[in-house]
Design a protein around this ligand. Sequence first.
Ligand SMILES: [Zn+2]
Length: 161
Amino acid sequence: MRLPTEEPHFLEHGIDFSTDGEQIARLMAIPVPRRKSPNHVRKFDGGRRTPQEYHAEYGFPPSAKCAACGKRPSVRGIVLAPFDEACKRGMLPPSIVDPTAAMQALVMVKSGTEYTPHLRISTAYACSSCRGAFERVLAKAPSWCVVEVNRGPDPNNRILA
Ligand SMILES: [Zn+2]
C-alpha cells in the first residue's frame, strides 16, 4: 500500500511514506509519550513554599512555640512513659483524678504486635535553629520512655504535587 507522498501535512510530521503502509499505521496508532520538561512539572504548592515551610506553618497548633526562643516551631517532641511504669514511679499527674483528662493523656503505643497504654508526659516544640539542642535533650530521656519526634517532611524526598 502506498500513501500519497506529496501530502504536505503528513510530511511535516516526519513520516517517511516510502515505507509500507503497515509500518505507517503502527507509527500513527501508538502515541509517543512526551517526557515533561522539568520546567513544566508542577511544583509543590505552586512553588510558593517548600514542603518543610508548609509543614512548619500548618503541622502544629497555632499556639505552639519553640521551647528555647519562642519562634514558630518545625519539630515536635513527645515523651511517653508506659502507664504501669509511670504508676510504679509515682509519676501520675494530679489530673489523673479526673478520668476524662487521664484518658486524653493516654496513648496506645504499638510495640511489635502489642498495644500498651502510655502516658503523655510532655510535649515540646523547637524551631529549625534550636533543633539540634532540642534533639540532644530528647536523647537524654530515660531509657524506659518512648520519645516521638515529628521532624516534618524529609528534605531529601522529592515531593511533586
Ligand atoms: Zn528556637
